[in-house]
Design a protein around this ligand. Structure first.
Ligand code: PLP
Length: 392
């Protein structure tokens, strides 16, 4: 057997293990220290009651010979596709049921979508970036190019008409920066992609955090996007499904690339390599879209956004520049006094018992920045900001 040596080209995922090691060393030196983690990338609130009740019902159905379900449709159950259809219809986005594919989360689909693409594509990825976009392409042996997300462009790169891209990754609200594309900015990308015949892979995993009605929550709010974009979404951050596993991907039927029908190809890919998401998870996801479920998941997101507001207020007081926080669980702050990411990380850990995520771990443009997340408790978030104020 010959191994896929593209794996040798992957950069080590040292970021989180290096953070964990530094935190362990610090805790060993100071066993009494109450460390607060402001770098948590996972949700912390439990599933809401509407979801739990739907899961209990689904479990009971699975235990009764009259309602037991075995393999379901690979693309997902119609009841969940219809619930997603209606969710988009509220925003005047018309989706066909066959354009909605249920999956076990956005991460799998973001990796699997590359099955549809030739190796010889020019792929643009923002820097800093959610590492999955980079690593999945490297594993496949595909070269990628970075586009700079910097302070100057508000961490939202815009298209360069002189570049002929074939595939473009966009994530809004962004992980790690928390920046959100405006309608006009996203329109620039849609127009560019249509002109160049490029495909946009749009990651909307954090759409539910957008509260400003002027900001687009789906790329399909932009006219023409159904001709050039695939959208990935997830219940992970919307409804706390990081451990339940359910997401969805929209592949429009109007998407034609290089003479190929991407919707047909993705259907074929999923029916061949995937056997669907558990019935229990899909019933749980359906409950998210019902009025009571919507109300309850919104309350959880409001709580996280309340934490983000606490952090924004503290950073404003300290006059530390940042983006994100208002429509996102992430805040991306500029390290004070020209410190690099790891120096600021070390300072916060040593002087304030606080853990953040160094921006340098997300790409070269992340150097000099740090990511804070809103997924801690309100009490810890307030305490963390008090500590930052005390040391700066
Ligand atoms: N996309 C982004 C930008 C994310 O930050 C994450 C999770 O952290 C995912 C996708 C993956 O989500 P899922 O849990 O649905 O696989």
């Amino acid at each position: 057997m010959k191994a896929n040596h593209n794996y040798d080209k992957l950069e080590g995922s040292y970021l989180f293990s290096k953070i964990a090691q530094k935190v362990r060393d610090h805790q060993n030196l100071h066993p009494e220290a109450k460390i607060i983690r402001m770098g948590i990338g996972d949700v912390t609130m439990p599933l809401c009651d509407a979801v739990i009740s739907a899961m209990h019902n689904a479990v009971s159905e699975m235990g009764d010979i009259r309602t037991f379900r075995g393999y379901g449709p690979e693309q997902g159950y119609s009841f969940l596709q219809m619930a997603i259809h209606d969710y988009y219809a509220q925003r005047k986005i018309d989706l066909d049921e066959k354009e909605i594919f249920i999956s076990d989360g956005a991460k799998s689909d973001l990796g699997n979508i590359l099955d549809l693409m030739d190796l010889d594509n020019r792929v643009l990825v923002p820097d800093p970036v959610y590492p999955v976009y980079v690593d999945t392409n490297v594993m496949a042996g595909r070269a990628i190019e970075f586009m700079n997300a910097t302070e100057e462009n508000g961490f939202l790169p815009q298209p360069d008409p002189s570049v002929q891209a074939d595939v473009i990754y966009l994530c809004s609200p962004n992980n790690p920066t928390g920046a959100v594309f405006t309608r006009d900015q996203l329109k620039q990308w849609v127009d560019y992609a249509r002109e160049k015949g490029a495909l946009i892979l749009f990651d909307a995993a954090y759409e539910a955090f957008i509260r400003d009605p002027q900001l687009p929550r789906s790329i399909y709010e932009i006219p023409g996007a159904k001709e050039c974009a695939i959208e990935f979404c997830s219940f992970s951050k919307t409804a706390g499904f990081t451990g339940v596993r359910c997401g969805y991907t929209i592949v429009p039927r109007t998407l034609n690339a290089d003479g190929a029908d991407l919707n047909r190809m993705w259907t074929r890919r999923q029916t061949t390599k995937f056997n669907g998401v558990s019935y229990i998870s899909q019933r749980a996801a359906e409950a998210v879209f019902q009025p009571e479920g919507m109300r309850q998941v919104k309350a959880n997101i409001d709580y996280y956004l309340g934490n983000a507001a606490v952090m924004m207020e503290a950073l404003d007081t300290l006059k530390i520049p940042y983006v994100g926080g208002a429509n996102s669980p992430y805040l991306w702050l500029k390290c004070p006094n020209q410190m690099d990411s790891w120096s600021f990380f070390d300072l916060l850990l040593k002087e304030a018992n606080l853990v953040v995520t160094p921006g340098a771990g997300f790409g070269k443009n992340g150097e000099g920045f740090c990511r804070l997340t809103a997924f801690n408790t309100r009490e810890n978030t307030i305490e963390a900001m008090e500590r930052i104020k005390r040391i700066l």
